[in-house]
Design a protein around this ligand. Structure first.
Ligand code: MEV
Length: 301
């Protein structure tokens, strides 16, 4: 059974597309997948009720993504039926599509006896991700394959970050669907119009990422929380937040979170809050649920 973790970006989304660093962590929720010999290549995804066989339409992105990954296995092979189970909301900033790509490729590797380390799995499963997100930085796939708290910079191997204390994270879904592709291309257009301002924001976020790494290594959760708050404010200046995300970030802070921010592409999707300890995380989760959001405590994995 192969597993692709979901991920939470603690600091640094969007800047990471343009070569700046990001601090992210894998979470325990993700996608599991297995593959077995069959009469024809086939992809099934639960609980979405997706079943794509050889007659799938070419304009079906999941079929194109599956074909893109299968094309990475050259030479004769038996047809394979891949069954995946998704435990993450899609289009919500938790790296669902990357986790699916990593899990599917991991399942194909297992069935075909291919060995590949986590770095290679993260990099090569980008063939899947590119179908959905025109210009992915690769952070979602890299974290999904490797897990743990990591510092990522586009085109470079991951740096594992050793967390001195566990990170009690709470994730809440705004319920507003968002498209990473649309949000990333919107930021790129804004950067063309206002290069100095947008690059200035990304440089400020990169400084937060470097300090965030130090805070994680030192177990300084209060500092990390403050950096998350500042990161959220900077992302808001790029119009990546929404009224609902602002409400949820405020609810988390009022319930005692050390910091809270949107996570992923923004424009909807999820927010993440950092609590001081597990009891604090439970209180933040309850407050977010009372505010009508689906929320869960996430273990950094
Ligand atoms: C999406 O999880 C994070 C973004 O920075 C896009 C990317 O890195 O590809 C918004």
């Amino acid at each position: 059974m192969a597993f692709g973790r979901g991920k939470v970006i603690l600091l640094g989304e969007h800047g990471v597309v343009f070569g700046h660093p990001a601090l992210a962590t894998g979470i325990e929720r993700g996608v599991t997948a297995s593959a077995e010999r069959a009469e024809a290549d086939r992809l099934e995804i639960e609980p979405w009720g997706v079943a794509l066989g050889p007659d799938a339409e070419d304009d079906e992105p999941l079929a194109r993504a599956f074909a893109a990954v299968l094309s990475l296995y050259p030479g004769p092979r038996s047809p394979l039926r891949v069954r995946a189970r998704v435990e993450l909301p899609g289009g919500a900033g938790l790296g669902c599509s990357a986790a699916l790509g990593v899990a599917v490729m991991g399942a194909l590797d297992e069935a075909l006896g291919v060995t590949r380390d986590a770095d290679a799995l993260g990099r090569e499963s980008l063939a899947w991700e590119r179908v959905f997100h025109g210009n992915p930085s690769g952070v979602d796939n890299a974290v999904s394959a490797a897990g743990g708290v990591v510092l990522f910079r586009r085109g470079e191997p991951l740096t594992a970050v050793s967390a001195r204390r566990p990170l009690p994270l709470v994730v809440a879904d705004s319920g507003e669907p968002s498209s990473t592709k649309t949000m990333v291309s919107g930021v790129a257009r804004r950067r063309e119009r206002e290069p100095e301002r947008v690059d200035g924001v990304f440089e400020a976020i990169a400084a937060l990422v470097h300090n965030g790494r130090l805070a994680v290594e030192a177990g300084a959760l209060g500092d990390l929380g403050q950096l998350m708050d500042v990161n959220h404010a900077l992302l808001s200046t790029l119009l990546l937040s929404t009224t609902r995300l602002e409400d949820l970030v405020g609810v988390a802070r009022d319930a005692g979170a050390l910091g809270a921010k949107l996570t992923g592409a923004g424009g909807g999707g999820c927010m993440v809050a950092l609590a001081a300890d597990p009891d604090g995380a439970a209180r933040v989760r309850e407050a977010l649920e009372r505010a009508g959001a689906h929320a869960f405590v996430a273990e950094a994995r």
